[in-house]
Design a protein around this ligand. Sequence first.
Ligand code: RFL
Ligand code: PHB
Length: 386
Amino acid sequence: MRTQVGIIGAGPAGLLLSHLLHLRGISSVVLERRSRDYVERRVRAGVLEQGTVDTLVEAGVGERLRREGLPHHGIELRYEGAGHRIPFEKLVPGRAITVYGQQEVVKDLIAARLAAGGDVRFEVEDVALHSLESRPYVTFGGGQRLDCDVIAGCDGFHGVSRPSIPEGVLTVFERDYPFAWLGVLAAVPPSSEELIYCRTERGFALHSMRSPTVSRFYLQVPPDATIEEWPDERIWAELKARLESVPGFALTTGVIVEKSVTPMRSFVAEPMQYGRLYLAGDAAHIVPPTGAKGLNLAVADVRVLTEALARFFEHGSSDLLDGYSAACLKRVWRAQHFSWWMTTLLHTFEEDDAYGRRLQLSYLDYVTSSEPAATTLAENYVGLPW
Ligand code: RFL
Ligand code: PHB
């Protein structure tokens, strides 16, 4: 088999890349380890930056997103018994975020690829990358071979692409946090119109949503926490203890339909390319989800890669491809800083002394009272221009 771009992974990065390349007349084959059902059900991100929404709409895969996505013009920071709104419409006029589940984006992209006759293969085993310096190819599924001009490693943090790069090429920058997030999807109407980022002495809590009838919550938990330790009653009690910290706020409880524990980590591998292999999305970098940036960064990478590949295939010039990593890393590092900053601002750190807590509260007071400080948060949150 032969294609122009062999894409490893059918997450948002791989699927969007395949779709954007198709629009530019460039062929690709997507190889995904999991089943279609699995990737369409995997509950993850929910906050799309304006630029991500625009990208999906312009690419013709935003019809349902426009109909069902929930535009948000602010978020609440809640701490010390009070809520403080960060008003995007005032601080960053004309820019907002849209709440729309990642798995809905994935469903829309898979449907678009299949409708256009795209080659997306699920449940593909034993993917291995070869000859990355020139004439790259991919082997998989007991003896099958895919020859390509270029390979796009879009297989997430635990994929095979990044580890296929020879030792000594990549420099890794990382930070682990001494906590994890317990994510919960519940069939209950949201108790707030906007997202609530809540700092308490018991730990961080986030109230998000998916639709007028489905809510999404996250709780800061110990790094080794397990689902078994968190029966539904305990989750609701803890969410109430953290979120019901302002007068008059009552959390609607009900049926929990999904829960999972996610480690919190910051990670960047540089450069994001080696020979004819280009990494995009979580395969190259991870942010803690507090800044809601991971999916948006994956989309930003893929936009840059599409332009670079279009130039390569249309004009035979590899100048944009050569500069791919450098072009992406500026945005990547901005998002790294923002996500680290939101995380350290809002979580409790066990080793924290009273001094550290005072610093957090002082910065929260600053962000919620100074317009320039609030604008810094707002413009990073809604997403800096491409
Ligand atoms: P993905 O989505 O991990 O997709 C990679 C795909 O590659 C497949 N794969 C393989 N296929 C073939 N062979 C192999 N050897 C393979 N190994 C892996 C995998 O099965 C998978 O289908 O990476 P991608 O496309 O780069 O997308 C990145 C996003 O998924 C991620 O950054 C976001 O989910 C992060 N994130 C958030 N991002 C936001 O922008 N806004 C948010 O609000 C937000 N909230 C979150 C999040 C991530 C979370 N978790 C669970 C990590 C909330 C949470 C809780
Ligand atoms: C979500 O709705 O899943 C979500 C929202 C905001 C975040 C992270 C996740 O910062």
